[in-house]
Design a protein. Structure first.
Lengths: 673, 285
């Protein structure tokens, strides 16, 4: 096709987890490369399958664009000869001469090139600049050297420009570009000649390669749902797994297999985790959500009888291992496991998990809490969690149930790692939320208290995620999560507990932790709830001590304010607030001084009236704030607030302060809005 | 049906035809074929190297008293190491499966990312585990680094899990049911006939009976001896002491007498030995 560049780097299997990011990176990287060469193009698209990363550039002009370069010549005081020489060397005349700041200049157009001649260099640059998370080198026999870095060895490069094959030798990977590709590794292994993208797409699909990642993913989703429905079952939707299996096949075939009945007594979480982690199988359920003895699997070739038997057999092997762990674990009580927690390191400077448990005890209150804390980390010692670390908590909850702990306790243990991320919910019970809070606030106090801080993208102890979880717990749990104590009390008590264990923390730990939480609160509100950054700051600043937020109030306020900012009349309120705040400045008005004030001008009387209405009800309606704001603005335009008479001045200031105070409480600090 | 030994014969024949020297196993306890000096030490220079061999592996912690059909503390790998990796190693590998009798049309064979790392050898590589119908049957790696040193020529290492391939090809459920010699009736010898008592007794030894004091003493001795031999520039004997120390540590670990903190210490000690050996090897080239 005219002005179309098709480039395919055909390699050994690209890891599934890297494919989606590669789609994005390939476009930006190749665009940058083309721009470096001054190439002119309309758009770049990318495609990925396990064995290829493909770029399609549309509207790639045959010649690169020329740029104007301003060249400096001799100074204006230089001899004429020098100027002549300068003009001659740039092929310019006197008319082209520019005089800027005592120097002569000429504008010279840079040379342009045939785009086709640059493609080889572009491919080389693309390979060098593509940011793979992990890449490797391989040996180039013809050169006796190692290749450039790529995710896996490149075996062939297809390149067609403007309907004609590009023939260049890409030295860094030792490959000459060609006009053919290969289809599915097993179903269509032969070479396929390609003339342009349309042909590429069609021929590949016929050769069992689906180029469009989303299409492949959707197909799997639909096909799996359909096959499950054939058995009267549902597929347990799993976004991450869907991504992964899509990245593992060039063409998806969906098959439903059978779980051996004897493993159905295993906890369903163990079944589905084992299937997912080890086998990348999808869990299927009955309409009532109970796990069914079937699984869904995506294969790269159509299922055969022997394959189907193989898929079932490998699952049996996996599950017998899980069954072994389950049986062995249940021979030991959670208390006995918990006793071994002194052998588990929490952090090398912060002692063992047993010591962590002791500290959590120091901030707990009820008997139930103490029991839950004593058992909540015991499952770290079980073989099942050793095998499936992602089941920590879940396994503790299941084993607690087996040993007849109360339902509330089992749920609390099971859920005490929640919320795992910004979109995860908080534990369903107050007990669970409290244990989760104790666990996480202890992490923050200890780790921040010994000076560990996340830097850039590095946060090895997941401090940001932990703080976000604490913020969510404070915002979204039942109101009494802090019980009758303050956040500072928890931090101080834990600091003392650390000290008692011989771990002195930073003297400013209380401030550091609170500041860190406020930062996370802002991120949570801005990124998680899509509340404007200015709104969030306005709300945080509206608290007397911005580091001691009442998070529940703050989050509600931020949500409300975010709505308010879109309403008609908000501009009026903001302007009024800024003017009022500006006039008051640092003046502090003692309300006692302003008793029995009479306003004699109609503007201030109106302000006074609207303020009275505003402050009379328990709920402050936004419409009333607007009314008061309008009155304030009008008064500011017409009344000298700084009245020479101190009595009047104080009265004016008092009203303005009150207005600012109400807006700040009800909406937020609008100073920087 | 192909017997266990026939799988080995066919793999040996295949790789011999592709230029590999067919070796015998390393005669000391190792956790993987990678620990055979023909893999680790030989990966470090830039000379051509190609070898294939069966390596019995010992992983004391994986013992299950012969109760688990698929997990044992002793098993066999078929190890191939070729340096530099040829131009079409994946195809060669798939051909080797065909040579063993795999029907590629009937199975789902895939290369699933699995980068390999052995911190105690300072070794790392990129590659895949090869899945056949959802079962990992091979580990396939392009070495990038050994002994903390970047490889000057990139080797490919292909490690077949022989028992898994056999259970697969023979359609049996348990390693112990694998037909070893291909005979039926009275003359049939299974994997269980060869190894189930071995497995049971070694599980007891590893988990319950091994003398902790003796093992600790052995560990210290191997460590001392390794350093002493390095001082004499005897790299291969030194390396062997390092491998033995590592196995000692593995039994102690299975015995459950090593705490988490101690564990890190032991691993660091073995790593230091391995690194010294690799460095000494490179210096001696």
């Amino acid at each position: 096709m005219y002005e179309e560049l098709l480039l395919e780097l055909f390699s050994e299997e690209i890891p599934a987890r890297l494919q989606r990011k590669a789609l994005v990176d390939a476009v930006t990287t190749f665009s940058d490369v083309m721009e470096n060469y001054n190439a002119v193009y309309d758009e770049v698209k990318s495609f990925v399958s396990p064995r290829r990363l493909t770029l399609l550039v549309r509207g790639l002009q045959p010649r690169t664009k020329s740029l104007v370069e301003r060249k400096r010549g001799p100074s204006v005081s230089a001899a004429e000869k020098a100027v002549d020489g300068f003009l001659r060397s740039n092929d310019k005349t006197m008319d082209d001469l520019l005089k800027i700041d005592n120097y002569y200049y000429v504008d010279v157009e840079t040379q342009t090139f045939e785009t086709r001649d640059l493609i080889g260099d572009m491919i080389t640059d693309f390979i060098t600049s593509m940011p793979w998370q992990k890449s490797m080198r391989w040996y180039l026999e013809d050169q006796g050297t190692l290749s450039a870095f790529w995710v896996r060895p490149i075996r062939s490069i297809l390149c067609v420009y403007d309907g004609t094959p590009v023939d260049v030798y890409v030295k860094s990977v030792g490959i000459r570009t060609c006009a053919h590709t290969y289809g599915h590794r097993f179903l269509a292994p032969g070479a396929i000649d390609i003339s342009d993208f349309e042909c590429y797409k069609e021929k590949l699909e016929a050769a069992h390669v689906i180029l469009d990642y989303e299409k492949k993913r959707n197909y799997i989703d639909m096909e799996m749902t359909k096959k499950a429905a054939g058995f009267g079952l549902h597929v347990r939707y799993d976004d991450g797994l869907l991504d992964e299996v899509a990245g593992l096949v060039e063409y998806p075939f969906v098959h439903v297999g059978v779980i051996d009945e004897r493993f159905m007594q295993l906890p369903s979480e163990v079944l589905s985790t084992s299937m997912k982690i080890h086998q990348k199988y999808f869990t299927m359920t009955y309409p009532d959500s109970v796990i069914a003895p079937f699984y869904g699997v995506v294969t790269n070739v159509p299922a055969t009888e022997v394959m189907s038997e193989g898929l079932n057999r490998v699952l049996r092997a996996r599950l017998s291992d899980a069954a072994f762990f389950y049986k062995e674990d249940l021979d030991v009580t959670l208390e006995a496991f918990a006793q071994r927690l002194s052998n588990v390191v929490f952090h090398e400077k912060l002692g063992s998990m047993a010591q962590k448990i002791d500290r959590m005890m120091s901030i707990a209150n009820t008997k139930d809490e103490h029991r839950a804390i004593a058992l909540c980390k015991a499952d770290l010692l079980t073989q099942m969690v050793g095998e499936f670390p992602e089941l920590q908590g879940t396994i503790g909850g299941i084993y607690a149930h087996v040993q007849d702990e109360s339902a509330e306790l089992c749920t609390a243990i099971r859920e005490h790692y929640k919320p795992a991320n910004a979109s995860d919910s908080v534990p369903s019970t107050l007990l669970g939320s409290r244990i989760s809070f104790f666990d996480k606030i202890d992490n923050l106090v200890g780790l921040l208290g010994i000076g560990i801080k996340p830097t850039g993208s590095k946060d090895p102890f997941a401090l940001r995620r932990t703080a976000l979880a604490v913020v969510k717990l404070l915002c979204e749990s039942d109101g009494s999560i802090l019980d009758s104590e303050t956040l500072s009390w928890y931090i101080d008590t834990l600091t003392t507990a650390y000290l008692d264990q011989g771990v002195p923390l930073d003297a400013d730990t209380d401030e550091i932790v609170k500041e860190f939480l406020v930062e996370r609160f802002k991120t949570f509100a801005i990124d998680g709830l899509e509340i404007g950054a200015d709104v969030v700051n306005a709300v945080v600043n509206s608290f007397e001590d911005p580091f001691s937020l009442d998070y529940r109030v703050a989050i509600e306020k931020a949500k409300r304010m975010n709505n308010i900012t879109t309403l008609d009349g908000f501009d009026t309120v903001r302007t009024a607030y800024k003017r009022a705040a500006g006039i008051i400045g640092d003046v502090h008005v003692d309300p006692l001084q302003v008793r029995d004030v009479q306003f004699h001008d109609s503007y201030m009387m109106k302000v006074s009236d609207t303020m009275q209405v505003l402050c009379s009800g328990a709920d402050v309606a936004f419409s009333r704030i607007i009314e008061a704001s309008a009155a304030i603005l009008e008064a500011c335009d017409n009344v000298l607030m700084n009245d020479p008479d101190p009595k009047v001045r104080i009265a004016n200031m008092y009203l303005l302060s009150k207005f600012v105070c109400v807006v700040r409480n009800e909406i937020g600090d609008l100073t920087y809005m | 049906m192909i017997s266990f030994q026939d799988i080995i014969f066919k793999l040996q024949k295949f790789w011999a035809e592709h230029g590999c020297a067919i070796l015998q196993p390393y005669d000391t306890e190792v956790g993987a074929g990678t620990s055979h000096y023909v893999t680790t030490l030989k990966a470090l220079d830039s000379n051509y190297w190609a070898a294939a061999f069966v390596q019995p592996c010992r992983r004391p912690k994986d013992g299950r008293y012969a109760d688990n059909p698929n997990r044992t503390q002793y098993y066999y790998q078929f190890q191939v190491i070729i340096k530099p990796a040829p131009a079409n190693p994946q195809e060669l590998y798939l051909d080797s499966l065909r040579a063993v009798g795999f029907d590629m049309a009937a199975h789902d064979v895939r290369f699933v990312e699995d980068d390999w790392e052995n911190p105690s050898l300072g070794a790392a590589g990129l590659g895949w585990e090869v899945w056949c119908d959802g079962m990992e049957i091979t580990q396939y790696t392009y070495f990038q680094q050994v002994g903390g040193i970047n490889c000057s020529v990139i080797p490919v290492e292909i490690t077949y899990g022989l028992e898994r391939i056999a259970t697969f090809m023979q359609g049996v459920e348990s390693h112990f049911d694998i037909n070893w010699n291909g005979k039926e009736g009275d003359q049939k010898l299974t994997y269980g006939d060869v190894l189930s008592r071995f497995e049971r007794e070694f599980s007891c030894y590893n988990f319950d009976v091994a003398s902790i004091d003796i093992l600790l003493e052995h560990f210290d001795n191997y460590e001392t001896e390794c350093s002493r031999l390095l001082a004499h520039s005897l790299v291969m004997p030194a390396y062997e002491q390092c491998v033995k120390a590592n196995h000692c540590f593995n039994i102690l670990d299975a015995r459950g007498v090593i705490s988490v903190t101690e564990r890190a210490g032991y691993i660091a000690r073995v790593r230091a030995l391995a690194k010294s050996c690799c460095q000494a090897w490179i210096e001696s080239l």
